[in-house]
Design a protein around this ligand. Structure first.
Ligand code: CAA
Length: 293
């Protein structure tokens, strides 16, 4: 089966990144969001990220125009998926919203279309079960920033067919990503490790063991991570990390995944990281300033 048209649901950080790499690989993309302002913001982010390559002479203005020309912003869900060969969903991590959306998509998307979720933790099998094509349902987990990160974590739900896996491996290769194939489990493989690791860094702050900047410096230089764990927590979003931690505790019934009280308190205060201007760092100035706890 050849994929030509891709619908990307959600124009946020992940959705616009996915639309960007798909269009860059030559696919016709419809990017859907619920309000024009989200579509405008998503398109502006794609343009800005493509222009990074322009300054470095890696891409021409004509190529940028052609890529942008392959992305059609769409508000209506039915319109976005009605002629898609592949639907990639990157909407907020709210189970009810995902299930409702997939139920709708299943009614309108062509019978042959493959349905892929970019969820970072929610059950692929549970989402597949609200559609009439669970064998064509799969997890396609991208990493932020999508144009830069080299991996797509492919998740096989209980009913996902080998043929669906093969198509998604081929699409991932075409958009320049390496893949790993994992069986469904909460957090799959990457977030199973990442989220407890980031939480542990927050426990270090909560217990007064190190300052924010020292914890980040320690892990950046001591373990050669590109970003320290608290910078990465701000990058991922504190609300996302908290959501995944709570989901792990619910699913595994194991308190080892519990979120630090400090993380919950910060989310309640609206300190969500970079996107809200404050998390473990204050982003209001020219340079991020570490917060003292
Ligand atoms: N779009 C396109 N290109 C981008 C970009 C973006 N949004 N952000 C950065 N880049 C490019 C830059 O233009 C630069 O390109 P060149 O090397 O060609 O010049 C390159 O990426 C490196 O960027 P910078 O020099 O500005 O900064 P850096 O070296 O610090 O790298 C980073 C930035 C790539 C984000 C790096 O810090 C990094 O890899 N951080 C870790 C990111 C990470 O762990 N992501 C996963 C988060 S977890 C997740 O997403 C899943 C989940 O479910 C929670």
């Amino acid at each position: 089966m050849e994929i030509k048209k891709i619908a990307v649901l959600g124009a946020g950080q992940m959705g616009n990144g996915i639309a960007h790499v798909c269009a860059q690989a030559g696919y016709e993309v419809k990017m859907r969001d619920i309000e024009q302002k989200f579509l405008d913001k998503g398109l502006a982010a794609i343009t800005k990220n493509l222009e990074r390559g322009l300054k470095k002479g890696r891409i021409t203005q004509e190529e940028i125009d052609a890529i942008l020309g392959r992305i059609e912003p769409v508000l209506d869900l039915g319109d976005s998926v009605k002629d898609a060969d592949l639907v990639i969903e990157a909407i907020p991590e709210i189970v009810k919203l995902k299930l409702e959306t997939w139920g709708e998509v299943d009614k309108t998307a062509p019978e042959h279309a493959i349905l892929a979720s970019n969820t970072s933790s929610i059950s692929i099998t549970q989402m597949a079960a609200v559609t009439n094509r669970p064998e064509k349902f799969i997890g396609m987990h991208f990493f932020n920033p999508v144009p830069v990160m080299g991996l797509v974590e492919i998740i096989k739900g209980q009913a996902t067919s080998d043929e669906t896996v093969k198509v998604i491996e081929d699409v991932s290769a075409k958009i320049g990503k390496e893949t790993v194939l994992v069986n469904e489990a909460p957090g799959f493989a990457v977030n199973r490790l990442l989220v407890p690791a980031l939480n542990e860094a927050v426990f270090v702050i909560q217990e007064g063991i190190a300052t924010v900047e020292d914890m980040d410096k320690a892990i950046k230089l001591g373990l050669n991570w590109p970003m320290g764990p608290l910078t990465l927590m701000d990058f991922v979003g504190l609300d996302t990390a908290l959501y995944i931690s709570d989901y792990f505790v619910d699913e595994f019934k194991d308190s080892k995944y519990r979120a630090p009280a400090l993380l919950r308190k910060m989310v309640r205060a609206g300190w969500l990281g970079r996107k809200s201007g404050r998390g473990f760092y204050d982003y209001s100035g020219d340079e991020p300033k570490p917060i003292r706890f």
